[in-house]
Design a binder for this molecule. Structure first.
Ligand SMILES: Cc1ncc(COP(=O)(O)O)c(C=O)c1O
Length: 276
């Protein structure tokens, strides 16, 4: 696999970054994951926009739009990847360890693509989730590489024999370990509003637009764990999870424990949007 590291094209086994890189020391970096459908990047403009917002928030001086030629070249150099993912990470760069933000001119940029196949079991039958207290920071809208609590939540889900973890802050349900979350109640989609407690997901955005086009009402409102457990349907959305139905939370069935009709409509609309 040919990867991109700071202007160089290298075999993945040859690619390295400095031990002083601030991504490594402080998670001082933002990243994006894009889905490749039929050899093309899905919603590139939205990913670039979000990346730019993250860079601006962290005050990393870099223009996300400058990555476009890198992405094009990556796809060219890895022509077998018809269905896959592209990972890109921009860190502030390498500097001797100090908490203040150094004024570095050269960010560290790493990008690579790899093949990806969706989890059809969850898409078709629905997954099982556990509820986990959301102990993450108050800037979850910034897509930094500081994902340890997301990883620990996912691990807790796996250890409990489930597929994913759903975060809650007190009674309020926020999102999942690497996906946004929607419930269906009486034909209406409910999802946590954008803000510091969730990542403003690209898939979430696409799903809201598709639902409105389909005539399905959407409300961006907070709801509780009790609302979640009493929902008719539940699904998660993410670049790689796409539209993933969930039929059980903490051992309790959601609705009748089967993937519901509204979720199926959203999945179908999303599938046509991606062209696969
Ligand atoms: C915490 C979290 N929420 C939501 C999402 C979904 O975002 P997107 O649809 O842009 O992939 C992700 C994706 O990685 C995530 O990590």
């Amino acid at each position: 696999m040919i990867v991109y590291v700071n202007g160089q094209w290298l075999e993945d086994t040859e690619a390295t970054v400095s031990f002083q890189d601030r991504a490594f020391v402080f998670a001082d970096a933002v990243y994006e994951v894009l889905h490749i459908y039929n050899g093309a990047l899905f919603k590139l403009d939205l990913h670039q926009e979000r990346l730019q917002k993250g860079l601006d928030t962290l005050r990393i001086p870099y223009r996300a739009n400058d990555l476009k030629p890198v992405f094009d070249e990556l796809l060219k150099r890895n022509p077998g990847v018809q269905r896959g993912s592209l990972y890109v990470q921009v860190s502030r760069g390498a500097a001797p360890r100090a908490h203040g933000l150094p004024k570095l001119k050269e960010p560290t940029i790493v990008a690579y693509v790899k093949p990806f196949q969706p989890d059809l079991r969850i898409w078709e039958q629905g997954g099982r989730a556990v509820l986990v207290e959301d102990l993450r920071w108050q800037m979850c809208h910034v897509k930094t590489t500081g994902l340890l609590l997301n990883c620990m939540a996912k691990e807790e889900a796996l250890e409990r024999g489930c597929d994913d973890a759903i975060f809650h802050r007190g009674e309020i349900v926020t999102e999942a370990s690497a996906s946004n979350l929607f419930i269906v109640k009486n034909g209406t989609l409910l999802t946590h509003p954008n803000g510091p407690w969730i990542l403003p997901g690209i898939t979430r955005h696409v799903v809201i637009e598709l639902a409105r086009k389909e005539g399905i009402p959407v409300e961006e409102v907070q709801f509780t764990k009790a609302d979640l457990l009493a929902a008719d349907e539940l699904f998660l959305t993410g670049t790689l999870s796409e539209v993933a139905p969930y039929v059980e939370v903490d051992g309790q069935k959601i609705g009748n424990g089967q993937v519901g009709p509204v979720t199926r409509r959203i999945q179908e609309a999303f599938r046509s949007e991606t062209g696969v």
